[in-house]
Ligand binder design. Structure first.
Ligand code: HEM
Ligand code: HEM
Length: 126
């Protein structure tokens, strides 16, 4: 694994370690107030980044495009803004609502870009 695939896999592992630590913290403290943050770190973070990693690993031609690196950075920056913003918002910092909202829209835009990269790749005859 290399390039953008390895970047996504590294990001996925970081999400998994942070999200599971938050899950253990919630379980020990018996305070599940951060459940939406944990759920998004695990599913939108760990699972989605892993899917992207293996997609780019399986399709090196798509991984070699500049757009793939744009997809990685948009996903990484907006995803971290989304989950860190959500964590702080749920911890009571209402000013973080804007950061969480902008992160969400960036994350959606990144998914849109992925559709643009991935669909022609899987439909191509080559
Ligand atoms: C160290 C391991 C983990 C611990 C200690 C943990 C802990 C928790 C806790 C305490 C909740 C809140 C449950 C509730 O209030 O109903 C929760 C919810 C959740 N966890 Fe984890 N979790 C772990 C790993 C994972 C993993 C690996 C995933 C996914 C890949 C995951 C995905 C979710 C999701 C999606 C929810 C929300 C469920 C719902 O909407 O009802 N968790 N977890
Ligand atoms: C555009 C970005 C997203 C936004 C704005 C968003 C928003 C939300 C909202 C408002 C909830 C309800 C939370 C609650 O009732 O407490 C939710 C729950 C959930 N979302 Fe998302 N979501 C986004 C992306 C995703 C993605 C990409 C995934 C998975 C790949 C995902 C997985 C989940 C799961 C598993 C839950 C249930 C967890 C819970 O009940 O706390 N979300 N999301």
């Amino acid at each position: 694994m290399q390039g953008v695939a390895r970047n996504f896999f590294t990001l996925a592992i970081i999400y998994a370690l942070c999200g599971m630590a938050l899950g253990i913290h919630m379980a020990i403290s018996q305070d599940h107030g951060q459940m939406p943050t944990h759920a998004h770190i695990m599913v939108a973070g760990w699972l989605m980044s892993t899917v992207f990693a293996f997609f780019y690993h399986l399709f090196p031609a798509a991984a070699g495009r500049t757009l793939a690196m744009v997809h990685f950075w948009l996903t990484a920056v907006s995803g971290v803004a989304l989950v860190v913003g959500l964590y702080l918002l749920l911890a009571g910092n209402e000013a973080m609502e804007a950061v969480t909202g902008i992160g969400s829209m960036g994350f959606y835009a990144a998914m849109f870009l992925f559709a643009f990269i991935a669909l022609p790749t899987v439909y191509s005859r080559a």
